[in-house]
Design a protein around this ligand. Sequence first.
Ligand code: C2E
Ligand code: CA
Ligand code: CA
Length: 764
Amino acid sequence: MEKRLRERLHRAAVLIVAAGVLLLAAEAGVAAFLARSVVEVTNEQMRAETDEYKNRLEKQMSSDYQILTTMSSFLEFSNVDEAENFDEILNEANLRNDFVSMAYFPLNGPGVLAVLGQPVRGGVELTELQPEVQEVVAQAWQGEMALSDLVQSELTQEKVFIYAIPVSRNGVTMGALIASDQVEIFSDILSGNTVLSGNGHIHLLNSRGELLIHSQNSVVEESAASIYEEPYFNGGQKAEDIRTAMAAGESVYSSFRYEGRSYQVLLEPVGIKDWYMLCVSRVQEAGERYRIVTVIAATFAVLLLMMVTLLVYGYRLTRRNDRELRELAFHDALTGGDNLRGFTLKLQEALSQRRDVNLAALDVRQFKFINEIFGRERADKLLCHIHRQLQARLEEGEFCCRDSADLFYAVLLNADPAQAAARLRNIMDEACAAALHDANSDYHILLYAGMVAAPQCAASGKVDDVLTHAMFALERAKGASSNTVWTYDTELHKKEEVANYVESHMHQALQSGEFRMYLQPKIDLTSGRLGGAEALVRWTTGTGRILYPDQFIPLFEQNGFSVSLDLYMVECACKQLRAWLDQGIQPPPLSVNQSKLLFFEADYIQKLERLTERYQIPASWITLEILEGLALENAGELNARISQLQGIGFRISMDDFGSGYSSLNTLSSLQIDELKLDRGFLMEAADKNDPRSRVIMEQVVQMAKQLGISVVVEGVETQENEALIRSLGCDFGQGYYYSRPITVEEFTARYWGVPEDAPQEAAP
Ligand code: C2E
Ligand code: CA
Ligand code: CA
């Protein structure tokens, strides 16, 4: 049970671990998916934001250009040289557009310069200004629109971008109009704290990675001049990839780590010069994923832990239940000791290991009445008490149990059965005495016990057999009036078994012809020839085993079945006589044993008569052997019956004379035709040291002769026996010296030489 439980637990554990691994894998998958989604969403947001800011930047620039273009077209149609108030126009435009400075440089000659907050200067030589200005002006003179990089203005000491557009008349470039705009304006654009809902920032840089404009809301604290510095891409493969992408003017996603966190990055070309936007998201790609993974993993771990806890709890519970069940299964609730199952297990083990095991079954005499007199409760107490007493008197290795009601079993260890029985009797005496004392009553408790002794236990070795044997012995002890131990007897038990078989099979055996007539010859001592034969029954059972009369006749006399069997045997005899006659054989008379019961059956005589009529044989060929004991009860009636039978023609023989209360008196009072001297009589007479027996026998034979009764001697086994009975004047001898009882076939073959296999006898 425990093993099975453990196996199940093991299976469940494996299942849980497998499920756990599966869940974790699923969880990792989910986490990875979520994390990737987060990255993708962030990337999309960054692109959207970047596009938005790029747009705004473009708008700002195009509006700056627009103003310049408008002014340029205005100048196209007015003579710049002639416009005396040009400086005012410039100044006004500059003021309205928040340009830091504006200037106009004709192709040849000095220009005009207006700086915010300063008076307009005319006659300014281009060479006076810083090279970046000269550069864009030169470009505009070429007819192109130009934009400078970030420049430190020498005029205002501020960081500015410088725009330049050509001013032409009739398609010919005449000069360049330039304006510088503060970086702060771009910064405003790029520093809106709404980038990625406040979770990001955007920088402006050129394709070499140099930061042109720093966002004020940088999510990382940095003072980098280039993205190839800390905290961005200071070397490594990522830096390389970015460099390549930016050189090609492509946008690129990447990420960098800063203070243990990972940040996502988008580098997007602005479309103006070689400028790029650097969008940095605060959303921590890896960190976020780790957090999700951790949360999910923790959830699963908790679940797993709960499952394991439940499992362990369930296992404990089942094991406890199991133990309780086992307690119930092997223990007697009343006494708290073993029950029969528990006892049987121990007995099994003891029988397999030792040869000194004596098994006793004990019972309380008249327990039914004890129950009635004292009531159930006290009777139960008594049982507990007996159990305790038994238990207390057992020695090491011995054990006992209560089976049901008042039946107890005990194992006593002792190689000597007599000693074991004596000890058991002792224990019973002591237990009863103690019970009497305890119960405080004068009711004498008595026990009786059946014991299977060590040799029988060892020989059998089977628990079931030994227990049944103990019950058999117990049954035998039941009748005794004091504490009794009856030891199981193998021989007796075999007899009981046969008796049981006999009683349960006799009817069916008679039906199916299992009873067969054997014949034993009676030899005429004067001629030495066959003078008759006695019919003796043999029972061949269905399994081919032969049972002898001693094994069943006494039982049949008890249960009345001998009436049927004896009539059957008479019929067999009649039938056989008929068969012989039909074969042309002159048969000898046949003797049939008649039980006492049959002899006094009401229609006994009619039945016999009917049989002789049916087979058409003279009644004088049938001798009825009766027992002397019949005369003891009612000699008068017996004689009347005998006369009736003799009247029909039957001969009457008195069997077993000299075995019991035989007396010459009975002999003289009964009108019998034949006297059969018992084998015991002959044995005594044959004893040379006992001449008295021979004298008595001689007297009996003489008396019989005088009464006209022929004398048959049974049990003639030797030639001396024969010589003796012949000398005593006996008429017939019967015994092994002549023949054992043999089958009809053998008998016929022996005396008339008819082959044995010829059909002669059949059951009636
Ligand atoms: P019984 O009528 O005295 O039969 C003689 C018994 O002595 C037979 O035993 C026979 O086999 C045995 N016997 C014969 N010669 C010798 C000998 O030389 N030495 C020894 N030791 N024994 C010898 P069996 O056949 O076992 O019968 C036993 C008894 O059973 C019979 O004793 C008889 O009383 C009874 N019996 C047998 N057949 C029947 C029957 O059909 N009906 C009735 N009611 N009783 C029967
Ligand atoms: Ca007989
Ligand atoms: Ca006899």
